[in-house]
Design a protein around this ligand. Sequence first.
Ligand code: PNW
Length: 441
Amino acid sequence: MTTAPMPDFPAGFRWGVSTSAYQIEGATTVDGRGPSIWDTFAREPGRIVDGSTGDEACDHHHRYAEDTALLAGLGVSAYRFSISWPRIQPTGAGPALTAGLDFYDRLVDGLLAAGVDPVATLFHWDLPQALEDAGGWLNRDTAARFAEYADVTAARLGDRVKLWITLNEPFIHMSLGHGMGVHAPGRVLLFDAFPVAHHQLLGHGLAVAALRARTASPVAIANNYSPVRPAGDSDVDRAAAAYDALHNRLFTDPLLGLGYPDAPGVDPTVVRDGDLDVIAAPIEVLGVNYYNPTGIRAPEEGSPLPFEIVPLDGYPRTAFDWPVAPDGLRELLLQLRDRYGDALPEIQVTESGCAYDDAPDAQGRVDDPERIAYLDGHVRAVHEAIGAGVPVTGYFVWSLLDNWEWAEGFTKRFGLVHVDYPTQRRTPKSSYAWFRDLVRR
Ligand code: PNW
């Protein structure tokens, strides 16, 4: 970490923190909530490293007032949360459940009273199980169901949510959920998962139209990006380009009107006339989730993949074994600007953060200097990108709270606030104080 003073950010720059519904809420059976694919997946033996589920998670559904007070104490101008689709429509179709909407209504009003802008994500991977039973995102109809869910949700919250985000990381949901089977719904389709990409993007486009009818607030999507670092030499350029097209362009080129790139798995027979126009509906903000770059080399002879992912040498590592590479964030922001030029909307970094094995000391304090160094480096990288002309207007830390980290269960802690799961006691870490001081300046 450099000791140089943090440079000033433009006035109005949005500082926030992010969470998602299934990772923090718990209370999975209250108020008529239906099961989601993550309730199902977490119950399958061997799926989650510690055998846990999100049944309780951080118990945020009951403790949202305490968590809103933590946000107020942090002084952030925005909080990005996600809405649980099966709380609103238990089977993914039909009228909205009033009790489900009531929870988010209370949350949103509490945030506004605390001076925090509510930023709502509609889909952070917790698909209603009934839709999965009908084919999930492999079924084109799910895109229409998603737009209907966006409509009924924005009918209630559209006047107060300050930024709507349709999908969170459709690439990770496709690749880990449907390609490799390490996330719900656990399908192993490899590149045959492409319809999951197209139907999510179609759902996004249809939802943008539904939101426009209900709200004047800006609309975004949150994509995951990872700049590609070629490793090795023979045929590496071809492998790197294939991975780059899959991870960084498949979910962005069609959004910005360029159609699908030449990426592994793209199947034009899935794309109907008019779909690309729906997908390219203008959005005000591109959400960028960034954690690390990806090392790529040419595949072994006979490999089913046109690339091989390899660990990157020479970087410190988080508890997830992910490399700490703030330069990758600057590189990616510049790449987006260079690639899309005037078609690129305003960017907000909607997730940036790291997992470490944080634990309270004998005095009950949680000191996490590695997280402070991580965030310091990434915030500076954003500042450099702004200086180079990239229109970045916000930065959200993943995450407010330690929470249920998908297939990793409770074993990975990403929070600015430590959570002791048996007691649900919240303890702000030293990174919470660091971020508060940064935001306050
Ligand atoms: C994102 N990967 O997920 C999600 O949006 C969050 O819900 C999650 O908690 C956070 O990042 C930390 O993992 C990802 O394997 C999951 O490359 C896996 C990967 C990337 C992002």
